[in-house]
Design a protein around this ligand. Structure first.
Ligand code: ITT
Length: 199
């Protein structure tokens, strides 16, 4: 059986490949089936956005599809960038490094710790359009100096106090033990297995 992962983010794709390692299940990236879709993420919640992405890719491919919507919630910024994490810097061509700099610039001068949380909602959409959702969070704090070169996005400034490392200082296997995405995937895994057992 094949599972389409509805993302254009190679960092997420890499994590999913290690997280969902089931016999008889092949993970497929949209590029591998020549599918390129721009889905407007205009939902009011992560769940709505994940379902929007999942439905669009599932109906275009006819495949069982898993989509992820995720973001970083910083307490001192009232939960921002949150749903807007990917569009936090409002300029065409802005990079992950630009977004990290912008975030730290907003926090500089405020009392530390800069408590933060990654949140991820995954949506599993079957070929009938039925949606199952699961959520995971990962608690940490934002640090002013970047550390580590692994991962993607905000990882170099997201520090896990219990480990004394940023998530960019963890390898993928280590990040997958604690991350928001890993927790969401573990919660949806039984639903994926149900589809496998029916196939
Ligand atoms: P797709 O929509 O194609 O999946 P995306 O990168 O646009 O990819 P989102 O809309 O879910 O993904 O936006 C999530 C934002 O939060 C984006 O800026 C990511 O870099 C960041 N983010 C999400 N998970 C992260 C993680 O595990 N580590 C670091 N940054 C993360």
């Amino acid at each position: 059986m094949k599972l389409l992962i509805a993302t254009s983010n190679p960092g997420k794709m890499h994590e999913f490949r290690l997280l969902i390692d089931l016999p008889e299940l092949e993970l497929v990236a949209p590029s591998e089936i020549g599918l390129k879709l721009e889905v407007e993420e205009n939902g009011a919640t992560y769940a709505e956005n994940a379902a929007l992405k999942g439905r669009a890719f599932s109906s275009a491919s006819g495949m069982l599809t898993l989509a992820d919507d995720s973001g970083l919630e910083v307490e001192a910024l009232g939960g921002l960038p949150g749903l807007r994490s990917a569009r936090f810097v409002n300029e065409a061509g802005a990079t992950d490094a630009d977004r990290r700099r912008f975030l730290v610039a907003h926090l500089n001068g405020r009392l530390r710790p800069w408590t933060a949380r990654f949140r991820c909602v995954v949506a599993l959409v079957d070929s009938q359009g039925k949606v199952d959702l699961a959520e995971g969070v990962c608690d940490g704090e934002i640090v002013p100096q970047e550390r580590g070169v692994n991962g993607f996005g905000y990882d170099p400034v997201f520090w896990i106090p219990g480990l004394g490392k940023t998530t960019a200082e963890l390898d993928t296997i280590q990040k997958n033990q604690i991350s928001h995405r890993a927790r969401a995937v573990r919660a949806i895994l039984p639903k994926i297995q149900e589809h496998l057992s029916k196939s």
